[in-house]
Write a protein that binds this ligand. Sequence first.
Ligand SMILES: Nc1ncnc2c1ncn2[C@@H]1O[C@H](COP(=O)(O)OP(=O)(O)OP(=O)(O)O)[C@@H](O)[C@H]1O
Length: 290
Amino acid sequence: MTKPLISVEALAKRYPKRGGGETTVFEDIWLPIHPGEFVCLIGHSGCGKTTILNVLAGLDRPTDGAVIVDGREISGPSLDRAVIFQGHSLLPWMTALENVAFAVSSRHPEWSREKVREHCRFYLNLVHLSGAEDKKPSELSGGMKQRVGIARALAIEPKMLLMDEPFSALDALTRGSLQDEVRRICTETRQTVFMITHDIDEAMLLADRIVLMTNGPQAKIAEVVENTLPPDRRPATMHKHPNYYPLRNHLLDFLVTRSKTFAQDIAGKPYDPRKVPVVRPVPAEALAAV
Ligand SMILES: Nc1ncnc2c1ncn2[C@@H]1O[C@H](COP(=O)(O)OP(=O)(O)OP(=O)(O)O)[C@@H](O)[C@H]1O
């Protein structure tokens, strides 16, 4: 396997408790992310997913552990790690193109105005926003605003894209088409992505690996699930593949049951946070045939 692009090592986050002591939100999180991989993190509300993403972005500090990039611990935000949040976070007084250009000019201060605009137009076109370049955020739909946010993140050509539930505020139809596009773009550009989602189908469509976190406090990574669906999967047809339900049921079973009972389940058994089980759900017949 290739060297990880980013390595999450022994990460923990604790907060002081009112009245003394401290609460451990999560601990002993180890996760290598390799170049070109799409990794989704799934877990219940409050287990610390956003905190982990913020630490990866350099926007928050862990209590213990570190995030290593190119052999060095990250110490703050970088244009090498672009973040797409749930809300679009566009500057309201700028047009779509200007919002993207603002980020691109920070990345490439030496580029001419025309070169920046040409580069931005390429990425706005990639997310199907040609024609809306001169519109302000108030003139764009929710889906279009999120597309501008995606174009802005991609246009700075980050080593890693960090996405915190980027589609959750969109209606189902817009969400589906945007997920499909993000998958196409990330596959074509071999973009490395770390994404948080609550949506199992979204994770199954987009991710190569799905990382399952137990409930907090003291949340941990319980296991890593490899996506057993074919690489050419599409939202409208992936449910027809024989691996769809084994994979979906495995993820659902974790969220409904095992995310809560993990601590009891592993009591007295060896648990190495650096080597959590890797699972490849396939139909029972396929296993029997091996
Ligand atoms: N400043 C703080 N002081 C104390 N606890 C905090 C603070 N900030 C966050 N927390 C706690 O840390 C935990 C993790 O928060 P985080 O937002 O990372 O969870 P999450 O898994 O992303 O949740 P969600 O899915 O609801 O977005 C939560 O239980 C939250 O209450």
